[in-house]
Design a protein around this ligand. Structure first.
Ligand code: ATP
Ligand code: MG
Length: 478
């Protein structure tokens, strides 16, 4: 072929090549439109937009109220998305627990827009929009802590912990300050697409839990993220990315600086979220159990029979709780805390008995001591610590069934919880002389049967000490 012919072909095909190049560039821009005017240091992947035809999210599965909030914000000219756990769970085919919205509107602007809304929080200002029993949480896009000089609205302490977080930013910045990549997916009602700023879709497909950014720095900013890592790993059945997992054991003690009230809330999510048994095992594996239940951990570490019983009881309680949640039955933190602290309570009772305290005062004193120690790690609101102590106290009354006592005990408002607790103690290996079985039968019987059961105890009734008929001391003396 002559060189002039080749040149001719190349020149002739130039417009076609240019056309293809423009087309490819255009597609690339749609799919990987690298975000925003601000340079991002922590977003190597940029943004991926998943078109409505390429994902399974459907408005049918979303909360109507969340959609109402999104449309109202959009119509008012604000950028707004559904974000966080709800997008993640819908992509996994699960029912989200709640629906969160993120927007560029400030909390005050959101509040203006919804009469049924309330401004909440100081550390992290938010708006709650209420529709009957459903609350849609609307948060303003936040910027990361290294992106601006934010001394006034954001604040970190010497260890890097975030104390205040009210620096507003762009959606890209908002995505990067979220915890895990799968929690940083944004659904838009503008075109029903999903915006992925941190490679969350790929991690979701691979069932990987990956912290965004430098893991150690992110855990130091907010140590609760370590608990969240374990919670999501258990809840979603995901594997933690190696770099996400590595620092946890080492940094777990940072949780000691987190307010006890916040840790209590986290414990509820961890242990009463339906995957309590699995979560407990992960907490222990990653040293995260120690800052939450220090006395229990000490006992478990000691080893021996009591440590074994303690672990079995906790697992039985969590398994029971998981089952109840699956069946839609109610669960209470009082029960879980009662199980967590039952053996530390026994240890303390034994100490006090050794010091000469009678059984009942020893129980009361020990309960007080154990609770006082625990609330330094996680608080226990009174509405739960009260019932927990009643469950404990009833354990000491359940063996005493003589006369009318059994009859009175079944009427006790906390009887059912105490009875369930008793069964679990037995299941965990405590030797209680078939006490649980006796109470099961007692509840099944009619009045006559119950009377017979109590009568059968006959021989076991402890002999009352007969009052010695005291001789009048003065008799001899006249
Ligand atoms: P759940 O199913 O438990 O509600 P979730 O992912 O929705 O899971 P939330 O606690 O409701 O969890 O938080 C909503 C979103 O806020 C998260 O998905 C995450 O993007 C962000 N988030 C929450 N807590 C943190 C945190 N400590 N650090 C960074 N981002 C967080
Ligand atoms: Mg949520």
């Amino acid at each position: 072929m002559s060189s002039s012919l080749i040149t001719g072909i190349v020149v002739a095909s130039l417009p076609l090549v240019a056309l293809i190049a423009v087309h490819l560039w255009h597609r690339y821009r749609i799919n990987h439109s690298t975000a925003g005017a601000q340079p991002m240091t922590t977003a190597p992947q940029g943004r991926t937009v998943i078109h409505r035809d390429d994902h399974i999210l459907s408005r049918r599965d979303m909360s109507d109220n969340a959609l109402k909030v999104l449309y109202r914000l959009k119509d008012a000219g604000y950028e707004a998305y559904l974000v966080g756990g709800c997008v993640r769970d819908l992509l996994l085919g699960e029912h989200p627990k709640d629906f969160d919205v993120a927007t560029e509107a400030t909390p005050e602007e959101v509040h203006e827009l919804f009469r049924n809304s309330r401004l909440i929080g100081r550390r992290f200002k938010l708006v709650h929009v209420r529709f009957g029993r459903e609350i849609i949480e609307v948060a303003t896009f936040r910027a990361g802590h290294d992106s601006q000089n934010n001394a006034q609205h954001g604040h970190q302490d010497d260890s890097g912990r975030i104390l205040r977080d009210n620096v507003y930013g762009t959606v890209e910045e908002d995505a990067l300050r979220r915890d895990f990549t799968v929690n940083a997916l944004y659904y838009s009602v503008r075109d029903f697409s999903i915006h992925d700023h941190a490679n969350g879709v790929e991690d979701l497909d691979n069932r990987t839990l990956r912290l965004i950014g430098d893991p150690e720095a992110r855990y130091r900013e907010d140590p609760v993220r370590m608990l969240r890592a374990v919670r999501f790993a258990a809840k979603l059945g995901f594997t933690m990315a190696e770099e996400t997992e590595e620092p946890i054991c080492r940094l777990a003690p940072l949780l000691g600086d987190i307010p006890a009230a916040r840790l209590f809330e986290e414990v509820l999510k961890l242990l009463l979220g339906g995957r309590g048994e699995e979560t407990f095992k992960l907490l222990r594996e990653f040293n995260l159990f120690t800052p939450l239940f220090p006395a229990t951990q000490r006992l478990l570490e000691r080893g021996g029979d009591q440590a074994e019983l303690c672990e079995e009881l906790i697992i039985a309680a969590l398994r029971n709780t998981d089952k109840r949640i699956k069946k839609g039955k109610s669960v209470t933190p009082a029960f879980i805390y009662a199980a967590m602290l039952w053996h530390p309570l026994q240890v303390r009772i034994a100490q006090l008995r050794d010091e000469g305290l009678p059984p009942i005062p020893a129980l009361h004193q020990a309960a007080q001591d154990v609770v006082q120690q625990q609330v330094q790690a996680t608080s226990i609101p009174r509405r739960f610590s009260g019932p927990m102590r009643e469950i404990w106290e009833l354990q000491f009354r359940l063996p005493r069934r003589f006369g009318r006592r059994a009859e009175q005990l079944v009427e006790h408002p906390r009887f059912r919880a105490a009875y369930d607790f008793l069964l679990m103690r037995e299941a965990s290996g405590e030797q209680l002389d078939q006490l649980g079985d006796w109470w099961t039968r007692y509840q099944e019987e009619d009045d006559e049967g119950r009377a017979a059961l109590v009568k059968d105890l006959g021989g076991q009734r402890p002999k009352r000490k007969r009052k010695r008929s005291r001789k009048p001391r003065s008799a001899d003396n006249g």
